[in-house]
Every structure is written in C-alpha cells, then in structure tokens.
Design a protein around this ligand. Structure first.
Ligand code: GTR
Length: 420
C-alpha cells in the first residue's frame, strides 16, 4: 500500500517539500553513540546498558520523538466473542476477543483476531500484526467481524470512512495466514484505529480519551498516535498471556510502514515482546533521520502532526540536533532478535538509512553477547542477513509481501526454536 504520492517519483515537490534521492547530496553527519551515557561516560558492560543507558534512551525517545508512554489501563477485561476450533478448513482455531479498557463503557476497546494452528502441540510462538483497515481485510474468512470504527478513506471497501462488507479480504496479500499457520505459528491482528483513529482531529477519541484532555498538546511530550498504537499492541500481548494456545514469551511484534515505526516503539517499551520486526518503516521508524534522504522529519511532522509528539517538530530541518537517531530505537530491542526490512523502490523510506540503523545497532547487541548484522554492506536484493539483528531488501515497492513474511518466518525459526 502506498500513501505517499511523493514516494512514486524520483524528486518531486510535495506540499512544498522536495525529497532528496541523490546519495551524493546526503550530508556528512555524526550519529549519537548508543554506548555513551548522557554524562559522556562510556557504557562498559551489559549492566550499565540495562540499568542506565537503556532507560536514558527510552526517556529521550519519549521526550523528543514519540511522546510519553501511557500508563497501564485503568481496566482490562477480555471478552471472547467468537471461537471456532475448525477455522480455515480445519487447520486453525479462530478466536475473536474484545479487549475492554474502560469499565461500564463499550469504548475504548480493541478487537483482537487470533488464529492458532491445530496440528501443532501448543503453546506455539506467534506474531502480532497491526491491520490498516480492520481485521476483516486480512482474510476472506466470513466469520471475521467487520470493524465499525472510523477509518481513513482510501482502503478498498471503505465508504464515508466506514468499512463495508466489500472490505472483506481486501488486504489478503498483507498476511499469508495459511502459510503462517502451516509453519506452526499463531497470528494475531488488531485494527490500529481501535486504539487511535489515524487523523489529527480524531486521534484522541479512543484510548487517549481515558488519559488526555483537549489541551494535551500544550505538553510537548504528549502521548502520540504511534505511542497509542504501540500501547494497544501491549494490550494484545496482555490477552495472549492468558491464552494457553500461545507461548507469550515468543511473540514477535510486527508492523508495516507507519505501523513498522509503531512495532519498533512497542518493542522498545515493552520487553515482553520476544522479537521486533519493522517492514518498510522509513522516517521515524528504522531510517536514520540524519541522512535526510526521502521523507524527512519536517515533512512527516507536517503531513502527520499526530503521529509524533510536538517536541519532534523542534527537529524540522534540524536533524543533527536530535539527541537520538533511529539506530538507537533498533538497539532498544536488544538483546531480543530484531529485524529491519526494506524494498528497492521504496526510496521515500530510505532503504540505505534503514540498513544503516540496523547496522549501527550492532555494538549494543555485541555488548550484550548477541550477533550483530552479519554483513557490513547492504546485501543484494532478496538475500537474507540474519544475526540477532536481521535485514533484507526485497525487489519492489512499499508493501509487505509473502516474500517478506517468508524471511520473518525463517528468522523466527532460527531464534524462537533456540532453548530459552
Ligand atoms: C506515508 C508516510 C510514511 C509511511 C507511509 C505508510 O505517507 O510518509 O512515513 O509511514 O505513509 O504508513 O504507509
């Protein structure tokens, strides 16, 4: 899926913004060192990383990029609204669970769809994935509840910002459910708009209505939409912790594009996720901001002012002043396996910047005794580079494809089958 017209054309004026796609025009930059504390002293060992540097970095990302994390929910109640032990022709068990977050209120609530394989002894490892236009777009299974939430207008089968029955299966290419099940994994999804509508005027209407008032943005580090979508992923994991079919210690959090940014932030905040996967996440996700290639901080803040906190706007045209860069976000997954994936035509997301963020997270992994990326240069398209940090670049455009999932399943096989 592509939202950015700017991405389609080499260098184009978009909302008065010209993207750079020329590697020679990438400025010189110095990345902040993930292994140097704010007071200038080095991080010599795993304990200093864990006790001092990691919390420092989380706080810096909260203050300057994604906004402060939300507190635990005031109320949490799981309502199983559907269960079919013979779903997908008998290969899987389907459950749909409404995660209630407020007492005596229907909303806010998150609707989780879960398939678990029937032919494998549980509990099984799995993936939790954010859906763009409702769980019903992920598969043609007619029992999937159709989202009734507000959604952005350009999805197939979305009329007047509401999903219609036409949207069933409209995004089947995003998640190869049968393949995932056949390989012995569970797959859970929720519609990100359950947590926060993806619209500046509306994003506070669901979960944030529990925590923020209308003046919230006076606080430069107010909770953002990305932070709220990430919080919702953690509530999904709260449910998975209660489901015996799933091994909740081996759940990979995975998202594409804006939801790839979200997956990285969710994995940074919530260390219960056993693996973190970012697909084509670009600016504000895996791509290094300081490269100023493709989409930039100023452009993303102008186009999507609710995605990040207000303080992030202080770095429009001033990327070098950021106290962090995105390799540090990748490093916050450590020592858990983390994966960054790019696509050759997705220059808006800066594939090289995504690769370099994965690469420069390496020293943190090494400090913690884990393998960094096994390569020093970007691999050829289609070739896997899988240490505890994984990377691939695939031929093609901005999307999550069966090929990407094949790589993620291989990576999960490699890491989730290791003795814990
Ligand atoms: C674009 C945005 C990107 C990316 C993408 C998406 O419009 O500029 O940062 O997140 O949307 O989410 O598909």
């Amino acid at each position: 899926m592509r939202f950015a017209l700017c991405a389609a054309i080499p260098a184009v004026l978009c909302l008065g913004f010209t993207a750079n796609y020329d590697e020679d025009q990438v400025p010189d930059y110095t990345l902040p060192d993930p292994l140097v504390l704010e007071d200038g002293s080095p991080v010599p060992d795993a304990e200093t990383w864990r006790e001092k540097r990691r919390p420092e970095l989380v706080a810096l990302f909260e203050e300057h990029v994604y906004g402060r994390r939300l507190p635990d929910p005031p109320h949490l109640h799981f309502q199983l609204v559907d269960e079919d032990p013979e779903a997908l022709g008998g290969m899987a068990t389907r459950k749909q669970v409404v995660i209630h977050l407020a007492e005596e209120r229907d909303r806010p609530a998150i609707e989780l769809l879960l398939y678990t394989p029937n032919n494998v002894e549980g509990p099984v490892p799995g993936f939790i994935y954010l859906a763009f236009w409702g769980n019903q777009t992920m598969h043609t299974d007619p029992a999937i509840r159709v989202s009734t939430r507000w959604m952005r207008g350009h999805g197939t089968g979305v009329v007047d910002n509401i999903a219609t029955l036409e949207s069933r299966g409209a995004r089947v290419e995003n998640v190869p459910v049968e393949t995932i099940i056949q390989r012995g994994y569970a797959i859970a999804t929720y519609y990100y708009g359950d947590a926060a509508p993806d619209d500046h005027a509306r994003y506070r209407r669901e979960i944030l209505s529990l925590f923020l008032d209308e003046d919230a943005e006076r606080d430069g580090a107010h909770a953002s939409a990305i932070g709220t979508w990430a919080w919702g992923l953690s509530r999904g994991l709260d449910y998975l912790e209660t489901d015996d079919a799933v091994d909740h210690t081996r759940v990979a959090v995975l998202g594409h594009s804006r939801l790839g940014k979200t997956a990285l932030w969710a994995g940074a905040l919530d260390e219960r996720f056993g693996m973190v996967i970012s697909n084509n996440s670009g600016c504000g996700g895996a791509a290094l901001s300081r490269r100023r290639f493709g989409e930039r901080v100023s452009r993303i803040n102008d186009s999507f002012p609710h995605w990040f906190c207000r303080n992030f706007r202080n770095y429009n045209e001033r990327e070098d002043a950021l106290p962090v860069d995105q390799h540090m976000l990748v490093a916050l997954a450590a020592p858990r396996p983390v994966y960054v994936a790019s696509a050759t035509e997705d220059r808006w997301a800066d594939p090289k910047g995504e690769f370099l963020a994965a690469y420069h997270a390496g020293p943190v992994y090494q400090l913690l005794g884990e393998d960094p990326l096994p390569v020093h240069e970007m691999p050829e398209p289609g070739v896997a580079a899988h240490g505890a940090i994984g990377y691939h670049i695939r031929e093609g455009s901005h999307a999550i494809t069966e090929f990407d999932w094949g790589m993620y399943l291989d990576f999960a096989d490699k890491h989730f089958t290791r003795p814990l």
